[in-house]
Design a protein around this ligand. Structure first.
Ligand SMILES: O=c1ccn([C@@H]2O[C@H](COP(=O)(O)O)[C@@H](O)[C@H]2O)c(=O)[nH]1
Length: 269
């Protein structure tokens, strides 16, 4: 998807909400467990109930890989369902991949060509030749981990490298990669106080921001310090929306939670 289509969607829905589809079979309502594919049925119900309030969906691949072939089938069916029924939605494979060049090309083919995602999250640690194979795909987006939401982010990402924190080096160096216009970055909502420095380096890039709700990040602070003239933000919530109820009304309650977030976002647009 072209970035301008994503921006148009954000403006028309007055939302930059990304819903995380981190589906754990142990947390989904009992009545779905009788279905042939409970994970897909759960996702379908959440998507149908929330698609008008969100602009993006982010399945975290770990939750599907954990279920082997059935998990991959549920993931593929979910993405096909979105692409066929709601083609305006932006899809993110939260896979955190990256390897030597020829292997990265295979990861890129898997997520962009076979699974038909619009974007994939990538770890920058292996550098240029591990990231550029993803960037080579036109109208697909590579979302590089910059400053993550977890406590362990301080182990490496904020360490000084040639007098600058490593996450700033990641941002600066990635801008020199071929097709860097296809880059977006992950910045945790729990790190909102770093957004000013981040925007000084990547003033217009889209940021995927996880960590609101369960992890304690503030949507308001992210909007205050991270928003650009083209919005430039996709704020993710996974557990806070999809597990707001584990009863038969789960999709309806998820929609209420999504609407609360959408309304908070609309106030900034
Ligand atoms: O820095 C990061 C990068 C990725 N994530 C992922 O986002 C969601 C957050 O889920 P919540 O339930 O809304 O906390 C999850 O898939 C993480 O693996 C992140 O949290 N932080």
């Amino acid at each position: 998807m072209e970035t301008k289509k994503l921006i148009e969607q954000i403006r028309s829905k007055k939302s930059f909400l990304c819903i995380g589809l981190d589906v754990d079979i142990n947390k989904i309502p009992n009545h779905l467990l009788h279905e042939t594919d409970p994970i897909f049925e759960f996702n379908k119900a959440i998507i149908d109930a929330t698609h008008h309030l969100a602009v993006a969906y982010k399945p975290n691949i770990a939750f599907y890989e954990a279920f082997g072939i059935k998990g991959w089938e549920a993931l593929k069916k979910t993405i096909d369902y979105i692409n066929e029924n709601y083609p305006e939605l932006f899809t993110i494979a939260d896979a955190k991949r990256g390897d030597i060049g020829n292997t990265s090309t295979m990861y890129a083919k898997a997520f962009f060509e076979d699974m038909e995602f619009d974007s994939v999250t990538i770890a920058p640690y292996m550098g240029k030749d591990s990231v550029e194979p993803f960037l080579a795909f036109k109208d697909k987006h590579t979302i590089l981990l910059a400053l993550t939401s977890n406590e362990g982010a301080f182990d490496f990402q904020t360490l000084q490298v040639d007098e600058k924190p490593l996450y700033q080096r990641v941002l600066e160096t990635s801008k020199t990669y071929n097709n860097s216009e296809n880059l977006m970055y992950v910045v945790g909502a729990t790190k909102a106080e770093y957004l000013k420095e981040i925007r000084a380096i990547v003033p217009e890039s889209f940021l995927l921001v996880p960590g609101v709700g369960a992890q304690g990040g503030s949507l308001e602070d992210v909007c205050k310090y991270g928003m650009t003239s083209n919005i430039g933000l996709l704020i993710n919530s996974s557990r806070g929306i999809i597990y707001a109820s584990n009863d038969e009304d789960f999709a309806e309650v998820a929609a209420k939670k999504a609407q609360e977030m959408q309304q908070q976002m609309a106030a900034f647009l």
